[in-house]
Design a protein around this ligand. Sequence first.
Ligand SMILES: Cc1cc2nc3c(=O)[nH]c(=O)nc-3n(C[C@H](O)[C@H](O)[C@H](O)COP(=O)(O)O)c2cc1C
Length: 209
Amino acid sequence: MKRLLRIDCSSRIVGSHSRNLADYFEKKWKLVNSSGTVIYRDLAKQQLPHIQNNTIEGFYTPLEHMSPESKQATALSDELIEELKSVDDILISSPLYNLNIPSNLKAYFDQVVRVGRTFNTNEKGYYGLLEDKSAYLATVKGGRYKGTFMESHDFQEPYLKAILGHMGIKVRGLFSLEGTSDNGVLEQNKYLAQQSIDQSFIKQKHESN
Ligand SMILES: Cc1cc2nc3c(=O)[nH]c(=O)nc-3n(C[C@H](O)[C@H](O)[C@H](O)COP(=O)(O)O)c2cc1C
């Protein structure tokens, strides 16, 4: 039985294009995985704290030497990592805020990107520990970036790919909706983003046959 972790972070709860695109993906995922389970983590409804000095100390202290304070300071990180490890697929919906992901999503990564738990190092450098997982991204932007002079200013999609890759998680689907602030292109772009989700499930079906 497959498990999907859905992470939303738009501060807009109603009328959010990134949440709507994730709804579309989730609906399709449930059709393919009829006995699957979806776990929801809404970073706008339930804000995560930023990591503190004692959280970082706890991250770098071997378990047998951790004080009760360190254990308490890393308890949320433990819980979020267990949740992440318990799933097969991860769906992240994200708006572009000031050229990057919202800070609540960054706070999530600061809790789960952890040495010895989700990545490690060897003589060659870093390697991820969550290689059995697939990520799907529903990214939304008010403006247009792809193929324009603004493309190099987009730190959202490159960052998401890099940080997930750092933990060994492959991005198997990137569904991008640009131009949400332009009513002239919005409906067409929504349709195209939904089509790219459909295509991704068709491709997966072919690959599994
Ligand atoms: C705080 C804030 C910062 C934003 N910064 C950008 C930006 O840098 N570039 C852009 O194209 N759109 C920007 N937008 C527009 C959003 O990306 C756009 O409204 C998107 O649809 C929001 O996602 P949502 O519909 O899921 O809430 C920003 C919106 C907000 C609220």
